[in-house]
Design a binder for this molecule. Structure first.
Ligand SMILES: Cc1cc2nc3c(=O)[nH]c(=O)nc-3n(C[C@H](O)[C@H](O)[C@H](O)COP(=O)(O)OP(=O)(O)OC[C@H]3O[C@@H](n4cnc5c(N)ncnc54)[C@H](O)[C@@H]3O)c2cc1C
Length: 544
């Protein structure tokens, strides 16, 4: 690893998550001298924390498994998801670019992907261009020894069981009962230093960048974009004299702005969101690009529920995890009226509903909210690292009572409303269908957010066994923002005057998610990072 910043490159990449590393690989592969400058001591960013799913309609991998699909069906699906907020050129760039970047990175760095069989990949089975499976891809295990002495440069996930593939996880019984998994495979994978999911994909790209001779520079902060005759031609780096030149251009791949509370409050539509991303993700791309007149775009996105991970910190900051727990049987989410307000097994349903404001009361209708659950839930499911039988941490402030009415009093929720809601939910569970919010009707929810070992239903089970509990979740960002730099489909950043800024590109979470508009589909964030990293490099080389 060079680790010495040179005075001049063909292409400079700011940020070493998936978008940044992929751009480094693509640039070096095209014969460009390229540096990836990363603020933290490790590479991988939020990507290394993620599930690592890619979402690619019409890949050769799906075709090889005999799955019928096409990029154009993917485009129809994205159009419906986007609700008119998505951009058609970006959709086209996504669906045509997806299958080709998969092939390209397989050849360029030996990226080894496979279809996640058995994961019904449609969030929206009711969309006319959904397919039952084949669009979700994940990496085959990467073995840490391939990184040699650079293994320490890789960020690893505190959120995911990254020694396992999705397939492994389901074969072991799924996420709901992870505490009861047979640990033989896990122990073997730990010995092998097997890296899967988001950590695995980051590892493939870190190894690829090293092999291609990319200058990977950790622990540096880019503080300014430097322009020459209106063209971005370099960057300034904290503690480094002079300008680092970038003959063909600069790519901003600094992720979102999760840890900048001012941006989060300004843009996300609900205040107080914490983050599951690394603390270095603070929106530097917005500040750097604003100073040279770049334009941003905002698109509606759901927020996620979170919970504090007791005793765990990330670079000195308290860590927040993703609160999937209300989707399992024997739990519901309620607002202060004691009413359910969403399909608890489908996070976009939760996350859009949380942002609704009632203009009469000038309050969020569904925030704060509480997960109300019963003893059967406590006896069956872990909450984070807390397995059944263990005490719940005091900092979660979980309340419990022997009746639902008493519990409502403890948390300040309307008691009659909550009692009636629990009764309605319990009778729906007896019928096995949820007429109010169709919870558990989506195949995706049953597999990804359910307990397939439940004797009744993966997502439905009565809240009926005393004592009863209530836990108040927090809000958490996953690095995927509502606001990003406005870009051409190639990745070139657009100025406030509507004209592309020569030499400036953005990829990954730094650029607005114009492919999905008002919706989100897991796997899109990682896939678009790869596509736009590739097209930015190609565009810069042509223009430079
Ligand atoms: C728990 C979880 C699960 C997820 N699961 C999925 C999934 O399955 N599929 C999917 O597609 N998406 C998923 N996501 C989201 C997805 O992983 C990310 O959106 C995506 O990978 C972001 O990639 P990126 O390269 O844009 O940014 P990041 O990976 O965040 O990388 C940005 C990098 O830039 C660095 N940086 C910041 N500022 C500077 C600066 N000034 N100078 C130098 N470096 C800087 C940061 O330190 C960071 O390393 C998940 C996210 C989470 C939290």
């Amino acid at each position: 690893l060079t680790n010495h910043l040179q005075a001049e490159y063909d292409f400079v990449v700011v940020g070493g998550g998936l978008a940044g590393l992929a751009a480094g690989v693509a640039a070096a592969d095209r014969g460009m001298r390229v540096a990836v400058l990363e603020k933290s001591a490790t590479f991988g960013g939020v990507t290394a924390y993620s599930n690592g799913q890619l979402w690619v309609p019409g890949s050769h991998l799906a075709a090889a498994e005999g799955i019928q699909d096409s990029p154009q069906d993917g485009a129809r699906y994205l159009r419906q998801l986007g609700m008119g907020f998505a951009s058609e050129p970006h959709i086209q760039a996504y669906v045509t670019g997806g299958p080709s970047v998969v092939r390209y990175f397989e050849d360029a760095i030996g990226l080894s992907l496979r279809v996640i069989r058995g994961l019904p990949d449609y969030y929206h089975p009711d969309f006319d261009a959904s397919v039952p499976e084949g669009r979700y891809l994940e990496v085959e295990p990467f073995f840490g020894e391939r990184l040699g002495a650079q293994r320490d440069l890789l960020r690893t996930s505190p959120h995911q069981p990254y020694r396992l593939t999705h397939q492994d996880m389901w074969e072991l019984g799924g996420g709901g009962r992870s505490y009861a998994w047979d640990r033989t495979l896990l122990e073997e994978r730990e010995k092998q230093d097997a890296l899967c999911m988001g950590t695995g994909i980051a590892a493939y790209f870190l190894a690829g960048a090293i092999a291609k001779g990319v200058d990977l520079i950790p622990s540096v902060v880019v503080t300014e974009l430097v322009t020459t005759a209106g063209r971005v031609a370099g960057v300034r780096v904290e503690g480094h004299d002079g300008v680092v030149g970038a003959r063909a251009g600069v790519l901003l791949a600094t992720g979102g702005y999760d840890w900048d509370s001012r941006s989060m409050n300004a843009f996300e539509g609900i205040p107080g969101i914490e983050s599951a991303a690394p603390p270095t993700v603070v929106g530097d791309h917005l500040r750097l690009a604003a100073r040279i007149g770049a334009r941003t775009t905002q698109l509606p996105k759901p927020v996620r529920l979170g919970y504090r991970l007791p005793g765990r910190t990330d670079e000195g900051h308290a860590m927040t995890g993703i609160f999937r727990h209300p989707s399992f049987p024997h739990a519901i989410l309620v607002n202060r009226a004691g009413q359910r307000f969403c399909d608890e097994s489908f996070y976009p349903s939760i996350g859009h509903a949380l942002k609704i404001i009632d203009g009469r009361s000038q309050q969020f209708v569904n925030w704060p909210c509480w997960m109300v659950f019963d003893q059967e839930y406590r006896d069956t499911y872990a909450i984070g690292q807390v397995t059944p039988g263990d005490d719940l941490p005091a900092e979660w402030d979980v309340q419990s009572a022997s009746t639902i009415g008493e519990l409502a009093g403890l948390i300040g929720v309307d008691a009659e409303g909550l009692q009636a809601q629990v009764a309605r939910f319990n009778s729906a569970c007896a019928d096995g269908v949820d007429p109010e919010f169709k919870r558990g009707a989506r195949p995706w929810s049953r597999r990804s957010y359910g307990d397939e070992g439940s004797p009744v239903h993966p997502n439905l089970g009565a809240v009926a066994t005393a004592p009863f509990y209530a836990m108040r979740p927090t809000l958490v960002g996953t690095g995927i923002p509502t606001v990003g730099l406005d870009t051409e489909p190639s990745g070139q950043v657009i100025g406030a005057d509507g004209v592309p800024v020569p030499g400036l590109y953005a990829a990954g979470n730094s650029s607005a998610l114009l492919e999905t508009g008002a919706g989100y589909q897991s796997g899109v964030a990682n896939t678009r990072s790869l596509i736009v990293a590739y097209t930015s490099v190609a565009d810069a080389q042509k223009a430079g």
